[in-house]
Design a protein around this ligand. Structure first.
Ligand code: UDP
Length: 238
């Protein structure tokens, strides 16, 4: 598969065309950003760790019936993926209150939620990715119909239930995470982007130590050590 021109560069990845119009190559970057890219950083080897972590988790989800854009991992930092049109909605799924949820609604940090909360954010950097409701999604034409929104919520909850029990067996609490979906040439909704400590919050089950991007955002240090620990636990066979 030949890597051709760069078509997109985001905070965590670059996307390149290939000689097949339905396939792209995603390259995971070492860059880290926090709070709408105000704080930037770089952690050597982070891209390779996220590439491995996301590969493992997408495989796990595929085995459990979730369709994804991933075709195969090519090397340490590159994945061959199906070309999709990304739905500009960040689907955030939460088990424990923290971050923007605690700030916005005054829910005490660390409160276990009585049910899985699914939220939609409009993927638009210039607007600061605002929280939106179902009607905003329809008003902005982000999806074709209300049933697509129901499907995004169903997929978010299903992914959560698979990942939550997988991580619980590995002594990690899946606090919350963000996923993105895309529509392929046949109209299928596929899990896209990545699932990694850049897009999830993982707390150690016993100590509540943060093993995710909050180590960078909150200046806690040892970012790479934490990502390595998450990968190590993912690779533990249960
Ligand atoms: N998240 C993300 N990208 C974003 C915003 C949030 O991956 O642009 C993830 C974040 O890592 C966390 C979850 O979504 O796992 C919920 O984030 P929150 O709304 O609490 O915002 P934050 O406090 O991270 O700014």
């Amino acid at each position: 598969m030949e890597k051709r021109e760069l078509i997109y560069e985001g905070k965590g990845k670059k996307l390149f065309k290939t000689d097949d119009e339905n396939r792209l190559i995603a390259v995971f970057k070492d860059d880290l950003t926090a709070f709408n890219a105000e704080k930037r950083g770089n952690e050597d080897g982070k891209g390779a760790l996220n590439c491995k972590i996301s590969n493992q988790l997408f495989r796990l989800l595929e085995e459990n019936g979730i369709q994804t854009h991933l075709i195969k991992t090519l090397n340490d930092t590159e994945q061959l993926i199906k070309k999709v049109n990304i739905i500009p909605i960040e689907v955030v799924v939460r088990n424990i209150a923290t971050g923007s949820l605690s700030k916005r609604l005054g829910i005490k940090d660390g409160t276990v939620l009585p049910f899985t909360l699914v939220e939609f954010y409009y993927k638009d950097d210039s607007l600061g990715d605002p929280l939106i409701n179902d009607e905003h999604c329809l008003l902005l034409d982000l999806v074709k119909s209300e049933s697509d929104l129901e499907e995004l919520k169903r997929l978010g909850r299903e992914i959560n239930s698979i990942l939550k029990s997988f991580f619980a067996e590995r002594e990690l609490k899946l606090v919350d995470f963000k996923v993105e979906f895309g529509v392929d040439k046949d109209g299928n909704i596929l899990l896209s982007d990545e699932i990694s400590p850049d897009s999830c919050r993982f707390w150690d089950a016993t100590t509540n130590e943060k093993l995710d991007k909050d180590r960078f955002r909150q200046g806690l240090g040892n970012v790479k050590v934490a990502y390595e620990e998450v990968l190590k636990r993912i690779l533990t066979h249960k």
